[in-house]
Ligand binder design. Structure first.
Ligand code: COA
Length: 261
């Protein structure tokens, strides 16, 4: 895959998508948003890719937000289109079949924090800094941040960060549950790949069904969610992976899962 603002590499069933505009701290311009849309669609279709890691180029930034030089030109009509387009792409990242791990290697501000929030798992480097500083620009988060941040870290904390624009350092992000783990920057990508590799060794149908069941939590009642869980649990139980996984346990050996069921 060739892109102007992204690097996409895949090896051992793991794809790494790197936002690559380091001179602009990997800020998301429209072209980058369109490229992310295309890259994630293509990776979702690629049967050799099981897990996707999203990171930023360089040592300073993951993504420093939407590109402010583009924001500056928006009017009411184009702003709505801009917001909805970003929301659509970030929702794609959140809901595609394959798990997505954010390896947050520096500033994750505005749209950068929002795209990390759309990933299923967030790992951060010790120099990572999160934040929704949009109020400093006279706007609010427009790529799903008001919703996802609030659901993840609770409404009081989310209101504090969104209303003050205060930055959240890696250690604080860990404490409030915004990230799963913090690593030395030099180790971050290797640790993300290690986690991705672990997921790759599992039954992939089960991994994808688990992601689906987790994702619907915010959309349905607890009863509907549990009904959905029972349905996909049952679907898992008609796969070869299920037979292999349970038999391997009983036979005291490692399971050999199939790529696709
Ligand atoms: N959009 C467009 N360009 C951006 C950008 C953004 N969100 N964030 C950084 N850049 C650009 C800067 O304009 C600068 O470009 P230049 O060298 O052509 O002038 C370059 O990236 C380096 O940024 P700079 O501000 O010089 O780095 P810094 O180390 O002094 O500060 C930040 C780093 C992240 C604190 C600062 O860049 C910043 O506040 N960025 C905006 C964050 C933001 O508000 N994001 C939300 C947008 S909705």
């Amino acid at each position: 895959m060739n892109f102007n603002n992204l690097l996409v590499e895949a090896e051992n069933n793991i794809a790494v998508v790197t936002v690559n505009r380091p001179e602009k701290l990997n800020a998301l311009n429209s072209e980058t948003i369109n490229e992310l849309d295309k890259a994630f669609s293509e990776l979702n279709e690629d049967e050799n890719v099981f897990v996707i890691i999203l990171t930023g180029s360089g040592e300073k930034a993951f993504v420093a937000g939407a590109d402010i030089s583009e924001l500056n030109k928006l009017d009411e009509k184009t702003a709505k289109i801009f917001s909805e387009k970003g929301q659509k792409v970030f929702s794609k990242i959140e809901t595609i079949e394959k798990p997505v791990i954010a390896a947050v290697n520096g500033y994750a501000l505005g749209g950068g924090c929002e795209i990390a929030l759309a990933c299923n798992i967030r790992l951060a480097s010790d120099n990572a800094v999160f934040g929704q500083p949009e109020v400093n620009l006279g706007i609010i988060p427009g790529y799903g941040g008001t919703q996802r941040l609030t659901r993840l870290i609770n409404s009081g904390r989310s209101a504090e960060y969104i209303l003050t624009g205060d930055m959240i350092k890696a250690e604080e992000a860990l404490k409030i549950g915004l990230v799963n783990k913090v690593y030395l920057q030099s180790e971050l990508l290797a640790k993300a790949k290690e986690m991705a590799q672990k997921i790759c060794t599992k039954g992939q149908f089960a991994v994808r069904m688990a992601k689906k069941a987790i994702n619907i939590v915010d959309e349905v009642s607890d009863r509907e969610g549990q009904n959905y869980e029972a349905s996909v649990f049952a679907l898992c139980c008609i796969t070869e992976d299920f037979k292999e996984g349970t038999s391997a346990f009983l036979e005291k050996r490692k399971p050999q899962f199939k790529i696709n069921n």
